[in-house]
Ligand binder design. Structure first.
Ligand SMILES: NC(=O)c1ccc[n+]([C@@H]2O[C@H](COP(=O)([O-])OP(=O)(O)OC[C@H]3O[C@@H](n4cnc5c(N)ncnc54)[C@H](O)[C@@H]3O)[C@@H](O)[C@H]2O)c1
Length: 309
């Protein structure tokens, strides 16, 4: 385990992330920060009181300040407002940019060596805001989206084929929005190309459902957005880093020429280890996938231009 992981934002995603981190004992201390007085303290205490039952020794605390977060190894940022029904991720843009800016300013001061995992939406743009404000190198600023989008895709595929989710390998690349790019050409069931097992119409419907996976949950919940799968995805990234697993996971990373893109956060296959982003893996794409990825990049660039920092 590492010494300290901070989760900023003790709302649905943040609190569930803190609990999963503690239950997996990925850090000696898990610190939750939120602006609402009492909420992070109450949730932190409640989670810590589950430790004797669940049998973990990670100490969970909550706070409204940053003193307790000092020297964090990893900081997961979930602060912001969540999407409401009918609201696009980009509607959240400038409100969340201001929030992420203030959080990143504090983290830069108190945890200058931390690895940042951005969760707040619009994801790719918020990761850029955090990198710009902290000045951290790209190895230490990552966005969580691809692991979640891929998990949704894998769960729908497993259901359609009635096979174990464990046997489905897949990657969803691109921005975290309706333009994301599920790679059918790299989707396999224990190595068997999915195109041999599912007819095209069914596969296309699953790709479409994946693209709208977040909105499907928002529509059900009405007053909030998804958090069980998003927190699991953020924690999988933390685990890969803490345990130096060298896992290859789709994450939003700052591209410097990879996939023909530069100066943009976009979901690509990343090797994660103790240093954070250890390598961006470039895979061959079909012409359609290349076009879709370029379109997705444009959908990220547009809101980047609209951010006023
Ligand atoms: N990347 C993804 O795949 C993904 C998935 C799900 C949710 N999200 C995003 O994650 C964010 C959090 O979602 P949620 O469901 O937990 O929302 P939530 O409303 O339950 O929690 C957000 C929390 O952030 C806190 N907050 C606001 N300003 C803050 C600040 N300056 N400092 C610290 N805390 C602050 C709020 O008080 C609230 O408790 C949203 O932006 C949402 O869109 C992203």
């Amino acid at each position: 385990m590492v010494n300290k992981i901070t989760v900023v934002g003790a709302g649905n995603v943040g609190a569930t992330t803190a609990q999963r981190l503690a239950e997996k004992e990925l850090a000696r201390q898990v610190v939750m920060v939120d602006v609402v007085e009492g909420v992070p303290q109450g949730k932190g205490l409640d989670q810590w009181e589950s430790a004797p039952i669940e049998g973990f020794d990670s100490r969970v605390i909550g706070t409204n300040g940053y003193a307790e977060t000092a020297g964090s190894d990893i900081v997961v940022i979930t602060a912001g407002i969540a999407r409401k029904p009918g609201m696009s991720r980009d509607d959240l843009l400038n409100t969340n940019a201001g929030i992420v800016k203030s959080v990143a300013t504090e983290i830069k001061k108190t945890s200058p060596n931390a690895i940042l995992i951005m969760v707040s939406n619009p994801l790719d743009v918020m990761a850029w805001v955090a990198m710009k404000v902290t000045g951290f190198p790209r190895e230490r600023v990552l966005g969580m989206a691809g692991v979640l989008d891929t998990a949704r895709y894998r769960s729908f595929l497993a259901e359609a084929m009635d096979v174990s989710v464990r046997d489905i390998q897949a990657m969803v690349l691109g921005g975290h929005g309706d333009t994301m790019v599920p790679l059918i050409s790299y989707t396999t069931v224990s190595g068997i190309p999915v195109t041999q097992l599912l007819e095209k119409a069914k596969l296309d419907a699953i790709v479409d459902r994946t693209r709208n996976g977040g909105a499907e949950i928002v529509k059900f919940l009405k007053t909030g957005s998804a958090y069980y799968a998003p927190s699991a995805a953020a924690v999988q990234m933390c685990e890969a880093i803490v345990l130096d697993q060298k896992r290859v996971l789709p994450c939003a990373a700052w591209l410097q020429g990879e996939y023909g893109e530069r100066d943009i956060f976009l979901g690509v296959p990343c090797k994660l280890g103790r240093k954070g982003l250890e390598r961006i893996i470039e895979v061959q794409l079909t012409a359609d996938e290349k076009t879709a990825l370029a379109k997705s990049a444009e959908a990220v660039r547009e809101p980047m231009r609209a951010v006023t920092l």
